[in-house]
Design a protein around this ligand. Structure first.
Ligand SMILES: Nc1nc2c(ncn2[C@@H]2O[C@H](COP(=O)(O)OP(=O)(O)OP(=O)(O)O)[C@@H](O)[C@H]2O)c(=O)[nH]1
Ligand SMILES: [Mg+2]
Length: 435
């Protein structure tokens, strides 16, 4: 019964996979880039794809996704080429998985893009919260797709990183019955809620500190972590893999004119991000929604840059962060061609600004910081107040919430200049003598 679905076998040999996709007629280039991404996901998970099978049709077949002829073709390929498993780019229902497995003769394992992404998340999640979130998503998504199959699904088992079983819900847990899955789910949700409440407390403490929060967001592999590392030496793992970062990291950064801000590196977005993952990772993804300003990072050396930027903008909208002040940061400009750079300039023509940078060489970063400073300080103004020595509480308020404070203690009064936002401006208006 113990059958492991591994990408790497114990002898180090890679199991052979076929990437499968169904796309509407006329969307060949989208199809091939979507499968390229699926291949990159597989390689991040430690696997290699041997073949691709695609079919042009308006809608996937209800039962087997591919039509009859195509599924036969896939079966033949799997037999001739000793294929171990197939990965569908589309999300598969539990019954589709069963039907495809059956159509392929029962020996080939069938997974989908979401399951692969979940595997990667399981491998990369480091914090307690991240791991619980993955476990929850796996229980909700993978468990119903595996129950009753009588086999385990530690697809990454045996690879250097260890098996999903030991980090995710585990084989036995995946075999739990419905009731126990429900209990386990509730338990995980409870634990996650507690951790996210703690995150809320940290967030509130930061709010009280009055620092502006800048979220570094964007498609996976755009260079978000590299950018934060460049600015703050945060030492976050940045690599040419999808979903290298699953935990948020926040660092303080001082803008040239003296304002302190908080920069947060976040989980990358991807096309067709599984919904259970969005739900489970809500509190992490919500980091964007809690930001005051967004740095939207894109990889301009990627031919699919604009499509990925669209996905990013849509995802931000879904998270309720669509209307935030934002700066488009076009990264990796060191390896992009001039035509692409020119085409992207139009993003700076509308309500928002854009800047071309390289987080690797530092090119353009000064300009980015200047533009970011303008966004962070938008609506702020420099004022001069006259206070009496008994206005200690007001003085404290200014020190706590204003920037660039100077004070001049005279015999009967204190003259104080500061840069304030609209809220503080309102509170201080009785004392303002000059602006
Ligand atoms: N040439 C070039 N490479 C870059 C630049 N910025 C980042 N990279 C590379 O791009 C890859 C991905 O960078 P990361 O910083 O890990 O990207 P990320 O957006 O944090 O990715 P995830 O955390 O996986 O979502 C790494 O190999 C970086 O070295 C750049 O400006 N130029
Ligand atoms: Mg990262």
């Amino acid at each position: 019964m113990e059958e492991k679905i591994e990408i790497k076998q114990e002898n180090g040999e890679t199991r052979r996979a076929v990437l499968c996709g169904v796309f509407p007629q006329g969307s060949e280039s989208y199809a091939s880039s979507s499968l390229d991404e699926l291949e990159a996901l597989l390689s991040t998970a430690g696997g290699e794809a041997s073949f691709r099978v695609t079919q042009a049709r308006e809608l996937p077949d209800k039962k087997t996704v591919f039509g009859k002829g195509k599924i036969e073709e896939l079966k033949e390929l799997c037999e001739n080429e000793k294929i171990d498993f197939v990965i569908f780019d589309t999300e598969l229902s539990p019954s589709q998985i069963r039907d495809i497995e059956e159509a392929l003769g029962g020996e080939i394992d069938v997974i989908d893009r979401s399951m692969l992404i979940l595997d990667i998340f399981a491998l990369h999640a480091k914090t307690a919260e991240g791991r619980l979130q993955v476990e929850l998503a796996q229980l909700k998504y993978t468990a119903p797709r595996l129950r009753g199959k009588g086999k385990t699904m530690s697809r990454l088992g045996g690879s250097a990183a260890g098996s999903i079983g030991s980090r995710g819900p585990g084989e036995t847990k995946l075999e739990l019955d419905k009731r126990r899955i429900r209990e386990k789910t509730a338990n995980l949700e409870d634990k996650i809620a507690k951790l996210s409440a703690r995150r809320e407390v940290t967030r509130n403490a930061r709010d009280r500190a009055g620092l502006k929060k800048v979220g570094i967001v964007g498609y996976t592999n755009a260079g978000k972590s590299t950018l934060l590392n460049y600015l703050t030496s945060a030492g976050i793992l940045a690599e040419d893999k999808l979903f290298a970062t699953l935990d948020t990291t926040t660092r303080k950064y001082t803008l040239p004119e003296g304002t302190d801000i908080l920069l947060t590196d976040t989980v990358g977005f991807i096309n067709k991000l599984p919904h259970h993952l969005v739900d489970a990772f809500r509190s992490t993804l919500d980091e964007a929604a809690y930001s005051d300003v967004l740095l939207i990072v894109s990889d301009v050396s990627d031919p699919e840059c604009e499509m990925k930027l669209d996905v990013t903008i849509d995802t931000l909208r879904e998270l309720g962060a669509g209307e935030k002040p934002k700066l488009f940061v076009f990264n990796k400009s060191d390896k992009a061609d001039h035509d692409t750079l020119d085409a992207l300039k139009r993003y700076g023509n509308g309500d928002y600004q854009c800047v071309f940078v390289s987080a690797l060489t530092g090119e353009g970063i000064d300009e980015m910081i200047e533009k970011l400073g303008n966004l962070v300080n938008a609506g702020k103004r420099r004022i001069t107040c006259k206070l009496s020595p008994s206005d200690g509480a007001i003085m404290n308020l200014i020190y706590r919430e204003a920037d660039s404070v100077t004070t001049d203690y005279r015999a009967e009064e204190i003259i104080c200049t500061a840069v304030v936002d609209a809220k503080l401006y309102g509170k201080l208006s009785p004392f303002i003598i000059e602006e």
